[in-house]
Design a protein around this ligand. Structure first.
Ligand code: RP5
Length: 168
């Protein structure tokens, strides 16, 4: 029997403590009709499992990996090291540290040749990671492209409506 294929989008995070923020990402993907594979995997605490996940992701049907971590945030980079799939990094604000700047720099400052597409810190980055993944998939999925167009249109209408209400 064929093994079940994973969702085209995987959302991995370094700790359960990242989940409240990364739920924004999962919810945004679901609004586009994508039910992502969600895993807690750590570059430091579960290095073997993180490696195995990244190394097998493409053959399991994953097309984009979103990786979120805080502090010395090496999860997205570790995914990139073991997979040729596009990796989207989301820096988390964690602990008593410098407001997520530690994770931002750890995620974005990849060496030449090993890119991680890095989003903003926290909830904004979590939401944008989902949209960015959808944009990648929409290149070869006209239905998803149409959903993106509708999403953009609704977003524009929402802002215009708030502007209109200001002047009532
Ligand atoms: C990182 O360390 C995780 O991604 C999390 O953001 C941070 C703190 O983890 P916990 O101590 O809350 O598990 O690896």
């Amino acid at each position: 029997m064929d093994k079940p294929r994973q969702s085209p989008v995987a959302v991995v995070m370094g700790s359960e403590s990242d989940l409240p923020v990364m739920e924004k990402c999962v919810k945004q993907l679901q609004e586009f009709g994508i039910d992502p594979t969600v895993r807690i995997l750590s570059a430091h605490r579960t290095p073997q499992q993180a490696h195995d996940f990244a190394a097998n992701a493409a053959s399991n049907g994953t097309k984009v990996i979103i990786a979120a971590a805080g502090m010395a945030a090496h999860l997205a980079g570790a995914m990139a090291a073991h997979s040729q799939l596009p990796i989207i990094g989301v820096p988390m604000q964690a602990g008593e540290g410098p407001c997520g700047l530690d994770a931002l720099l750890s995620t974005v400052q990849m060496p030449p040749g090993m890119p991680v597409g890095t989003m903003a810190i926290g909830k904004a980055g979590a939401k944008n990671a989902a949209i960015y993944a959808v944009q990648i998939l929409a290149l070869s999925d006209p239905d998803l492209a149409a959903k993106l167009t509708a999403f953009r249109r609704a977003q524009t209408q929402s802002v215009l409506e708030k502007d209109r209400q200001l002047h009532e």
